[in-house]
Design a protein around this ligand. Sequence first.
Ligand code: 13P
Length: 249
Amino acid sequence: MRKHIVAGNWKMNNDLVQTQSLITELKKQSQTSDAEVMIAPTFTNLSAAFEALKGLEIEVIAQNMHFAESGAYTGEVSAEMLKSVGVQTVILGHSERRAYFNETDELLAKKVDAALANKMRVIFCFGEELADRKSDKHESIVENQIKKALFHLKASAFEQIVLAYEPVWAIGTGETASPEQAQDMHAFIRETLAKKYGQETANSVSILYGGSVKPGNAKEIFSKPDVDGGLIGGAALKAEDFYAIVNAF
Ligand code: 13P
């Protein structure tokens, strides 16, 4: 069965001291839901986050990685390196990586392969831009993003994959997809998976929604049958808000 997951994507926020103090605040919160909880600090603070979290069931995950094992890729971080500090899950394909760092579906397919080869779990992000939705192309855009980066995989690979639908127009804008828009897209994504891999595989994959999820709207979004959790940006930077979302299940 698929799991409920709430992951905080801290993006390029929080230096070392801020990372430690946000984790101190997270430790004061209590969890009442069954969701798996994850936080994604920046690379430089991954080890400190593990250290600070000791004893708490929050998984520390990475925001990105390179596809190569090692070599002349200045400024990049490999799966091996992430694993060596204890990271087992990586976010790939975030729209900010696609928009600002030219990450293409083809490149993302290579990154997914590298993560899976290293037995890491992938939170694979995708989503349409506002113009795509206005011109009613949102489903075909999302379908293509998924197909190009993931459909070369075997069904069994989906045991290691979590999908995250993040409409670009809802990220950091305060505007969310309505619960119905999220549900419709998540159902479409599951149907797309089912056509290729069968219903059983499709039903087993967690599909997260991301884009201006806040304590005030999380419950309604998470109540939809195909929404299995959230990828949280801004609201993950405040411990109380983050746990209000975690406990919205
Ligand atoms: P916001 O929650 O700030 O809109 O960010 C969403 C996101 O990009 C998570 O990866």
